[in-house]
Design a protein around this ligand. Structure first.
Ligand SMILES: [Zn+2]
Ligand SMILES: [Zn+2]
Length: 644
């Protein structure tokens, strides 16, 4: 049957029966045909060699699109598996998907891969790519597939798990073959292995089959593949830059925090300098909450299990909660994974009327969540964290203003900490949802309006909301362009229902309040982790644990150095005197590697003239002979907190 294809520019062209994606690309232009790696028909990706069966929207996929990169990385994963099976007799392969910026493949092998192994695998992959082996799609029945993959137990498990209803009658299972290697795969693929322009293996690590610690441990190899050598090099540079900024490395180096094994996985301790940083962040949180009209409350770390039954957490969140504890004749208690029920209890502590609303309760609440140990990542994923949490209760008439206020608050908060690029996701009602559909409609519209008036760019994540309410997630971009999710504004139609919350209206009827959960930083731990990476440890002066280091040129200048430090200290600055026996050069270097925002050097002339040598972080020399009072003035100005 001939097919009618609508190109991205809107033109519709009829093509004869049996035409392939490559034929169509050629008819458009030889350059496009050369760059093509797959085609899309009505959003379905197909191999270039597949005869097109249906009319509809058509586009050619090249490596400069995310879909094209996915095809490239998928094909690269096959080459990786092919190389490993070639080199390690007895090895078998599990799954190997494309991921952001690359791909991986999981294997069952006798011993974990060594760096030497990775080099051998890499060399074998280069050979396979050089041979330019064509990828060929093969379609087989489930029984045929079970026979083809009989020696590979994970593949057999995958084939057996294919739901008969999921597959079309003609296509039970598809696989891709290049030379004598074959892998299960939906496709599409590059036409041949030679079309991989730039590839590199990165590292290996342990991983569990299907991500479950109860299953067999496999060995995962990560790799990356790009449209050009230049793109690959740029990516490797970004990785290196990210490693230089890694907060797990910088935290201990700057003496901020650490993760001692004795403490347990996913838990951090804060050293004195980290304590200063954290206190500054928390004080700013309290101050800005107060400015936006939030009241501060406190709640305990544990509560009776009954409370978590009422809230429903023991129904839908139990796997992330630590097990119950019992002492004496007491009922069972649970450590809190969230602060919400406590704030509801504050609301419920007496009868409420419309005059009490909006009620905005906030707390820096310590919560504990059981997360799989493999998911822990420094401060970014922890088991014990402090949320800058708030819960707002309001009427329907107030919901628009409240949501706009919450979003303004979030943007204000992030801006204060030096983040300037935001993107939001608005997640809407999923298929399975609780709550009045009218309330969903009102709040989804109100969230969109809040985004509109604040001018935050956003996209709609259709059906991605929690079952109990829609939400906005705000993502920030850091100094090297990485996207981090921090803040959330989440509606909740479930908790007010479960706790039977109400307020008395002016007409003397009782209404259910609207409830908004909101975390601005997310968790203080995670937020500080992100900041350490964003600033690479060189914080803006108001956040720096040590703001000024005073360095005497020689011992005879020590008294004056102490006097300078005392003067600056009285002006509210955090100052250290380096009275070590190190040379002047070493002392200055130490202050710089510790990323202190300012270094003051004092020598003979300074003692006489009551001046200092002043140098800010990032400058390559100091300004000599600055009068002390002038230095003080400029330091105090630079150290001002946002909004001061
Ligand atoms: Zn594949
Ligand atoms: Zn909450």
């Amino acid at each position: 049957m001939p097919v009618e294809l609508e190109y991205p520019d809107g033109t519709v062209v009829a093509h004869p029966d049996g035409v392939t994606g490559l034929d169509v690309a050629r008819s458009i232009g030889p350059g496009l045909a050369k760059a093509a790696v797959a085609v899309s028909v009505n959003g379905n990706l197909l191999d270039l060699s597949t005869p097109l069966q249906s009319s509809g929207e058509f586009s050619v996929i090249t490596l400069d699109s995310p879909e094209g990169l996915d095809v490239l990385r998928h094909s690269s994963a096959h080459v990786l598996a092919q190389a490993v099976l070639d080199l390690f007799p007895g090895a078998t392969f599990a799954i190997g998907p494309p991921i952001e910026d690359g791909f991986y493949y999981d294997f069952a092998v006798e011993d974990p891969f060594t760096p030497d192994d990775l080099e051998r695998v890499s060399a074998r992959m280069e050979e396979i790519i050089h041979e330019d082996q064509p990828f060929q799609r093969e379609v087989m029945t489930i029984d045929e597939a079970l026979a083809v993959f009989a020696d590979h137990r994970f593949k057999v498990e995958i084939i057996k798990s294919v739901e008969p209803t999921e597959v079309e009658s003609t296509e039970a299972v598809s696989a891709y073959r290049n030379q004598d290697f074959i892998d299960l795969c939906r496709g599409p693929h590059l036409p041949s292995t030679g079309r991989i322009p730039a590839i590199k293996l990165l590292r290996s690590s342990g991983a569990y089959w299907r991500g479950d610690e109860a299953n067999e441990q496999l060995q995962r190899i990560y790799g990356t593949a790009w449209a050009s050598k230049g793109d690959l090099d740029a990516y490797l540079d970004r990785l290196e830059e990210a490693a230089r900024r890694d907060h797990r490395k910088l935290g201990p180096e700057l003496d901020l925090y650490s993760f001692p094994e004795d403490l347990g996985i996913g838990l951090a301790i804060w050293h004195p300098k980290g304590g200063i940083l954290r206190t500054l962040v928390e004080d700013h949180s309290r101050a800005i909450h107060a400015r936006y009209g939030f009241d501060y409350v406190f709640s305990p770390h544990i509560a009776k299990a009954d409370l978590w039954h009422t809230s429903g957490h023991l129904d839908f969140y139990a796997e992330n909660m630590y097990p119950g504890m019992k002492a004496g004749d007491d009922p069972e208690y649970r450590v809190k994974p969230m602060n919400c029920p406590f704030h509801i209890l504050v609301y419920q502590s007496r009868g409420r009327s419309y005059r009490d609303l909006p009620m905005r309760l906030s707390e820096l609440g310590g919560v504990y969540r059981y997360e799989k140990s493999g998911q822990m990542h420094g401060l970014l994923r922890v088991r014990g964290m402090t949320q800058d949490d708030s819960h707002t209760f309001c009427t329907e008439d107030q919901i628009q203003d409240e949501l706009t206020l919450h979003l303004r608050f979030v943007i204000n908060w992030l801006t204060d900490f030096g983040f300037t690029e935001f993107e939001a996701d608005l997640s809407t009602r999923p298929e399975k949802a609780v709550g009045d559909p009218e309330r969903w409609r009102i709040t989804e519209a109100a969230l969109a309006e809040a985004l509109r008036v604040t001018g935050v760019p956003y996209q709609i994540a259709e059906g991605e909301g929690a079952f109990y309410g829609p939400k906005i997630d705000v993502h920030i971009r850091d100094a090297i362009g990485r996207r981090w999710q921090c803040s959330t504004i989440q509606l909740d139609f479930n908790e007010p229902e479960r706790f039977g919350m109400g307020y008395v209206t002016p007409e003397n009827t009782t209404e259910r309040p609207y409830m908004i959960h909101c975390a601005k930083a997310g968790s203080i731990e995670r937020f500080i982790g992100v900041m350490v990476e964003h600033y690479a440890g060189a914080f803006p002066m108001w956040l720096a644990p040590v703001q000024v280091t005073v360095v005497p040129v020689a011992d005879r200048h020590l008294d004056y150095a102490r006097e300078v430090a005392a003067t600056l200290g009285e002006a509210g600055l955090r100052v250290e005197v380096d009275d070590s026996n190190d040379s002047l050069g070493d002392k200055v270097r130490t202050a710089i590697t510790q990323k202190h925002p300012a270094v003051i050097v004092v020598g003979d002339a300074d003692v006489e003239e009551r001046t200092v040598g002043l140098r800010f972080y990032g400058e390559d020399r100091d300004t000599r002979g600055v009068p002390l009072d002038q230095a003080e003035k400029s330091l105090v100005e630079k150290a001002a907190k946002p909004g001061e």
